[in-house]
Design a protein around this ligand. Structure first.
Ligand SMILES: *Cc1c(COP(=O)(O)O)cnc(C)c1O
Length: 364
């Protein structure tokens, strides 16, 4: 490979500014120890039997293109949320819908405002679109600073991303502060409320994003089947937005992107949400246990409203992640900033608590 000629192909200059997505790598196998990957906020539960059966049945038709309109899932979502089907757009994961959102709102040099640190896909999709990221620092509690985000709006602003709960730090934005923020945003700027972890939230003032979409015509709600629904491997997400926006999003989608396997699994999961919700509740109980345990140890853990928690380790982020890796636990470090850990199997959560305790002891 190494002596192959380098390619003379001229690539877009914007690529140089595109950060690479850093997936967690699986932990090295350690003799006598089960390894756990708690770096990608995946759901640790296996698919429900009914979901596996739906996927198996759909597999007999994979010589055919899927239903391009994703009709069945769109109808199911429309019924669930009491919205017209024309207000829905699906994509191959909500990250793909984010790329569609970029495609429909931003010309080169247009600005996209979002909190930072937040979801690592944001700077990637913005840069790939040739748009400009305007990153507004989180406040001291690792929450969105919505006043500063409103102050960052310019004539070039086309899109604002609000991630609630915020990946990777954990807090949600409050309903009142979000409503006050929306009242300040120009109506021609699309505000996306990314609710990838909505089902895990327990805070009292979690915004009703669907109510906000009904109230503010420039609000879009972004959701996914990857986290609470446990379908990360099948890639399906969606947006709820006013008709003009949703229609544009469908235009910008990869044709036939959402497979029939994904569609059948998503529809079956919507029907089985009562069963899935039991699992979500168990993960939330585990989250509360682990966060309380860490705080007892003396860790400063921000409010954790998703299926993950944030350890603000600063320069110790990478060394801490290495210590975890040595114990068969893959966490997600953000160098110089902190470490995100997914709430997973009880054994993985307990191991994390143990490593955190030893880490503090070794620092004394
Ligand atoms: C995981 C996640 C998503 C969902 O990604 P998919 O592409 O749907 O798997 C979207 N937004 C945030 C903030 C996430 O953490």
């Amino acid at each position: 490979m190494s002596d192959a000629p380098s390619s003379p192909v001229r690539l877009r200059s914007t690529l140089a500014g595109v950060p690479a997505y850093a997936p967690g790598k699986p932990a090295e196998p350690i003799e006598g120890l089960t390894s756990y990957k708690i770096s990608s906020n995946e759901n640790p539960y296996p698919p429900l039997p009914a979901v596996l059966e739906a996927v198996r049945a759909a597999a007999t038709d994979i010589n055919r293109y899927p239903d391009m309109g994703v009709t069945e899932l769109t109808a199911a979502l429309a019924e669930r949320f009491e919205v017209p089907t024309t207000h829905l757009a699906t994509g191959t994961g909500s990250v793909a819908v984010l790329a569609q959102l970029m495609a429909i709102t931003c010309d080169a040099g247009d600005e996209v405002i979002y909190a930072w640190r937040s979801f690592e896909a944001y700077p990637i999709v913005v840069a790939l679109a040739g748009a400009t990221s305007v990153q507004v620092p989180l406040d001291a509690d690792f929450r969105h600073d919505l006043d500063a985000m409103a102050a960052a709006i310019t004539d070039r602003t086309r899109l604002i991303l609000v991630c609630t709960p915020n990946n990777p730090t954990g807090p949600t934005v409050g309903e009142d502060e979000l409503r006050a923020f929306l009242a300040k945003v120009r109506q021609d700027v699309l505000v996306v409320i990314d609710e990838a972890y909505l089902e895990f939230t327990t805070a009292e003032d979690v915004p009703d994003a669907l109510a906000l979409y009904r109230e503010f015509p420039n609000v879009a709600v972004l959701r996914t089947f990857s986290k609470a629904y446990g379908l990360a491997g099948l890639r399906v997400g969606y947006a709820v937005a006013q008709e003009e926006v949703a229609t544009a999003l469908r235009k910008a989608a990869t044709p036939f992107g959402v497979s029939d396997l994904a569609q059948r699994a998503a529809v079956t999961s919507l029907d089985a949400f009562d069963e899935l919700e039991v699992r979500v509740k168990e993960l939330v109980t585990e989250r509360e246990r682990v966060v309380a345990g860490l705080r007892d140890q003396g860790w400063q853990v921000p409010d954790a409203q998703g299926n993950f928690l944030w350890l603000p380790l600063g320069d110790d982020a990478v060394p801490f992640a290495q210590a975890c890796q040595a114990r068969g636990l893959t966490v997600r470090p953000f160098a110089g900033d902190g470490v995100r850990c997914t709430i997973a199997e009880t054994e993985a959560n307990d191991r994390l608590l143990g490593i955190c305790s030893e880490w503090l002891a070794s620092r004394d």
